[in-house]
Design a protein around this ligand. Structure first.
Ligand code: AMP
Length: 206
């Protein structure tokens, strides 16, 4: 059974890779950022609180994050495995998550300048969370394949992106080291085509 954690800086293409792996292995994938955005859309109390942190590019509290994650992990479709994108991201979350044993921690690496470049040209579907690139000719307000509308996220301003990358460097990287000690980490070069990166990931999962 695969319990795969996907890590890497913003814009590393984790979401795209997660979706492909999910189709290939027939297991669900979910991103913490999207689960939290779904809470905001639902208008829940947790969503209201979470949005104050998220809009500025800060992590939500560990309590909010674990609540949302446990709710998702309790759904039956995760019993045969899953791909989790964006959790844990700091030491507190690493300890909270000790009830699970990941089979693989895949770290998709790209340089900081590349993250900034990719994210500032990124559009997200407000319904399903799919990602589109402005360089491919998409604009705010265009329709997604699911018929939702494309938008630019509040936390994708240069200041917010820079803050999110700092959090990745300072808080998330140290916990990758902890998984390293468990022998489950695979570093993947995130530069290249979607197919090339997929191949690199499949090689280490086999
Ligand atoms: P992402 O799209 O993965 O960059 O996530 C968007 C935002 O969701 C982040 O900037 C955080 O505000 C929040 N978020 C996502 N994952 C976590 C997490 N594990 N812990 C706390 N906040 C998170």
């Amino acid at each position: 059974m695969y319990k795969i954690l996907l890590m890497g800086p913003q814009g590393s293409g984790k979401g795209t890779q997660a979706k492909r792996l999910s189709e290939r292995f027939g297991i669900p994938t979910f991103a913490m950022g999207q689960l939290l955005r779904d809470e905001i859309t639902s208008g829940s109390e947790l969503g209201k609180k979470a949005s104050e942190y998220m809009n500025k590019g800060f992590l939500v509290t560990d309590e909010m994050a674990i609540e949302v994650l446990k709710k998702r992990l309790n759904q039956l479709d995760t019993k045969e495995g899953y791909i989790l994108d964006g959790y844990p991201r700091n030491e507190g979350q690493y300890h909270e998550f000790s009830f699970e044993t990941p089979t693989h921690v895949i770290v998709v690496e790209i340089p900081r300048e590349e993250s900034l470049k990719r994210i500032s040209g990124r559009l997200t579907c407000s319904s399903c969370g799919a990602i589109y690139a402005m360089k491919d000719g998409y604009q705010v307000g265009d329709a997604c394949a699911c018929s939702g509308k494309l938008m630019q996220r509040d936390d994708e301003t240069p200041e917010a992106v820079s803050r999110r990358l700092d959090i990745y460097e300072n808080e998330t990287k140290p916990i990758i080291q902890k998984y390293e000690d468990q022998g489950v980490v695979h570093h993947i070069d995130g530069m290249g085509t979607v197919e090339e990166i997929q191949e690199r990931i499949l090689e280490v999962i086999k």
